[in-house]
Design a protein around this ligand. Structure first.
Ligand SMILES: [Zn+2]
Length: 360
């Protein structure tokens, strides 16, 4: 059988497709699906799907598998599954970037990755014979496993939480608000290919362990990583993240400020607006939450829904972002306790905090 050698990132995509994380997809998108999703955020049958899941090949790779019924997928010398090639196609990547990311700016990391791809997309269904193995594999759960776990705990309503950060006070607030409304919380940090300066999986894990074990009712929380890559597609990616969490068995999903954003490319609540357009169609309900931030006048973590001081006393307000906390930690400053719990800072002691260079 002919072979196609995959990158780690492509292998992770095959795995997610095969495990049902990207349902209703069972393979890489064909040309019709790709254009339908890029243009309309829907599959050809009308079902919402906001981002392409496409196998990006070099022209040589593409011509080697053209017309074959089945191709062995190989990672680091080992066969991990198969692809049944369906079609091959190209697209105008600048134009597609504008639709997917709202910008064609090559400084946008998602755009840079997309525009730097191989040149030819190959559609087709996949099968998986070997799971991805990496340092944190034991922290990952499959959709079947989380569904079984939620059922075993008797949970009917489960809220999913997406993150790329070690937990700070704003994320903790969002999670607690979520927990007020449902039976359980599923914290699912995304740990796929990262860019320089992102938190390491080790830092995310250590921080959440400290938070869940000592500050939450740990039997109301499930933790499991999601090994896929950030697209940095902002609002469209918020919808994608919600669909993924539906597939893992969540009934609700938290979308906060600037979900899946990067830099200043997206309005802070653009993801709220876009998810609203799909209300009732996603199979998961979106908790659209504002803020939160710390207010010295209110003396706590609040939101623009509950505190007036963002406009009347801006000096009292400190916005909490993973990026700012990261900058403090990189600069050797300890973030203040109202931004991140000292217990979490302590848990990070000796843990490599940040990715040192862009991953392939
Ligand atoms: Zn206030």
């Amino acid at each position: 059988m002919s072979e196609l050698i995959l990158t780690k990132n492509q292998y992770l995509e095959v795995e997610k497709l095969a495990l049902g994380a990207f349902q209703p997809l069972t393979g890489f998108m064909n040309e019709d699906q790709f254009h339908s999703v890029t243009d309309n955020m829907r599959l050809p049958n009308g079902e919402p799907f906001p981002l392409p899941v496409a196998l990006d090949l070099t022209p040589d790779q593409a011509s080697n598998i053209k017309g074959l019924p089945t191709v062995a997928l190989v990672f680091e010398g080992e066969e991990i599954g198969t692809l049944k090639p369906e079609d091959q196609f190209k697209c105008d990547r600048e134009n597609a970037s504008l639709k997917i990311f709202g910008t064609e700016d090559p400084n946008h990391p998602g755009v840079a990755y997309f525009r730097g791809g191989g040149g030819v997309f190959a559609g087709g269904s996949v099968s998986l014979t070997k799971r991805v193995e990496f340092e944190y594999s034991k922290e990952e759960r499959t959709p079947a496993e989380t569904r079984a776990l939620f059922a075993a705990r008797g949970w009917k309503r489960i809220v999913g939480f997406q993150t790329r950060n070690t937990p700070h006070r704003a994320h903790e607030y969002l999670q607690r608000v979520g927990l007020e409304h449902v039976d359980g919380l599923f914290v699912q940090p995304l740990v796929g290919r990262k860019k320089k300066g992102d938190y390491t999986p080790a830092a995310i894990l250590a921080g959440y362990r400290a938070l869940i074990d000592d500050f939450y009712q740990s039997d109301r929380v499930v933790f499991g990583i999601l090994s896929t890559w950030m697209r940095y597609a902002g609002p469209r990616e918020a919808v994608f993240h919600a669909i993924i969490r539906r597939n893992y068995g969540c009934t609700h999903f938290i979308v906060g400020r600037d979900h899946a954003g990067v830099g200043d490319y997206y309005d802070k609540y653009a993801a709220h607006d876009l998810t609203k357009r799909f209300d009732g169609e996603l199979g998961i309900e979106i908790f659209r939450l504002k803020g939160p931030y710390h207010c010295a006048a209110c003396d706590g973590i609040v939101t623009e829904q509950t505190c007036p001081h963002e406009t009347t006393l801006p000096s009292a307000v400190t916005h909490i972002s993973g990026t700012d906390i990261r900058a403090m930690l990189v600069g050797g400053r300890t973030p203040e306790p109202h931004l991140i719990r000292p217990e979490i800072i302590a848990a990070l002691e000796g843990v490599p905090l940040f990715v040192l260079e862009d991953e392939a």
